[in-house]
Design a protein around this ligand. Structure first.
Ligand code: PLP
Length: 412
């Protein structure tokens, strides 16, 4: 990987033809340390948010030793960087062969499930192992998330008791509950509400949990989506945990994905053509900007030009490089009105579910990487938190964050 101070230095030195992922390991370290210091429990990194080896190296170096994985390739990836990591196979639907390989070849002991059938499958595929940690994924009703994650997985609180009981009987090791309040959760109290539902299911089943895993969902900052302080999220969880009927020794876990990596990466894209208010870029929705198309998220943008530019900002739309008309990002993306072909645009806050979504469709999608030392465009952590531009900001030199429009639900 190359090393530059900022996007502008990189443009001056290399005028890159391909999109460049600008990565900031310091931002991952800051977020990882924040969780380590403020969350009173075990922090598992949800690898799918950004499976880059440098992310796992950085988290390892700030003391994160547990990872939420969903496939054998994710398991192999984490093992290659961090051989001693504790891995939790949190996908509630796994192939028998994957369970067997995870248990026997990779030393995975923690598995999630949301049906009796999956429980039987895990027991069969591990040769009726007695040392399993088994987590029952609950479907909780939570409000305030940009993406719901209950549509596909989770046993309802009504149907949970018999599965909780069967799971309790299936292992001599840890038995627990997990849930996911939805990604980019804008309401801290969603966690406490979900924990109350989990507690009801456990009481009805008459079992005590050894693990309460509150999942992911911790937010980052995007235009029009400036969440409450991260403190309020962990406070809600700590209060919710105090209210649960659990043992003294019950462990509290969380699985942040987005919150650990969102700030850490941006994409430096080149403007290939300007057509009215549309900019045709060399990266798009088949590249790192899936959410800009499918969820219509207006990511923050900065013009990167070696020279003067207009101080008047105007809203633009983007098109990606492929021939598919879906490859359109409505934005609005605020850039100087005189943006033109040959300019570069830095699109920020793409560290989570951004660079990870890249495909090779239509012959595009190959990226370069460069480590940069400047600050992310916005932050949930440290002093930078204060400089987050808000939709109300009137300063002309600050990128304004218009209110996000768009669909509220989708898979993840
Ligand atoms: C995706 C996922 C996460 C991470 O979610 P974020 O919203 O990115 O924090 C955590 N746990 C599970 C089971 C997931 O599928």
């Amino acid at each position: 990987m190359h090393n530059h101070h900022s996007a502008l230095d990189l443009v001056r030195e290399r005028s890159p033809e391909r999109p460049v992922a600008l990565v900031r390991p310091d931002a991952v370290a800051l977020a990882g340390s924040w969780f380590q210091q403020n969350f009173k429990g075990e922090v598992l990194y949800a690898v799918k948010a950004n499976p880059s080896p440098w992310v796992i190296e950085t988290l390892r170096d700030c003391g994160i030793t547990s990872y939420d994985v969903a496939s054998i390739p994710e398991i192999e990836l984490v093992r290659s960087v961090h051989p001693k990591a504790r891995l939790a196979f949190m996908h509630p639907v796994k192939s028998r062969r994957a369970i067997t390989a995870a248990y026997f070849d990779h030393g995975v002991r923690t598995f999630a499930l949301d049906t009796h059938e999956e429980l039987d499958k895990i027991l069969d595929a591990t040769g009726r192992a007695k040392d399993l940690n088994l987590l029952v994924r609950l479907h909780v009703s939570a409000e305030g998330a940009a993406y719901t994650l209950s549509g596909k997985f989770g046993v309802s609180v009504e149907q949970a008791p018999s599965l909780l009981l069967a799971t309790r009987r299936a292992t001599d090791e840890l038995m627990g509950v997990s849930f996911h309040v939805g990604s980019q959760c804008m309401r801290p109290t969603a966690y406490q509400a979900a924990m109350a539902q989990a507690s009801r299911a456990l009481v009805r089943a008459g079992v005590f949990a050894d693990v309460v895993d509150v999942g992911g969902g911790f937010p980052s900052v995007y235009p029009g989506m400036v969440p409450p302080d991260m403190d309020q999220y962990v406070d809600s969880i700590h209060r919710g945990f105090d209210d649960m009927r659990v043992h003294e020794t019950t462990e509290l876990w969380c699985e942040p994905g987005r919150a650990l990596v969102a700030e850490s990466s941006s994409i430096l894209a080149k403007v290939e053509l300007k057509k009215g208010d549309a900019l045709y870029l060399n990266d798009g929705s088949y590249g790192s900007m899936f959410d800009a198309t499918h969820s219509r998220w207006p990511f923050p943008t900065k013009l990167i030009r070696d020279g003067e530019s207009s101080t008047l900002l105007k809203p633009f739309r983007f098109y990606g490089p492929t021939c598919d008309s879906i490859d359109h990002m409505p934005g609005p993306f605020w850039l100087p009105e005189d943006v033109r072909e040959g300019d570069y645009v830095e699109i920020g806050m793409l560290g989570a579910y951004g660079v990870a979504m890249n495909t090779r469709f239509n012959g595009f999608g190959e990226n370069d990487h460069s480590v940069v030392r400047d600050a992310p465009m916005a932050s949930m952590y440290g002093l930078a938190r204060r400089s987050i531009p808000t939709p109300r900001s009137e300063e002309p030199s600050v990128v304004r964050f218009p209110r996000a429009k768009g669909r509220k639900t989708r898979r993840r």
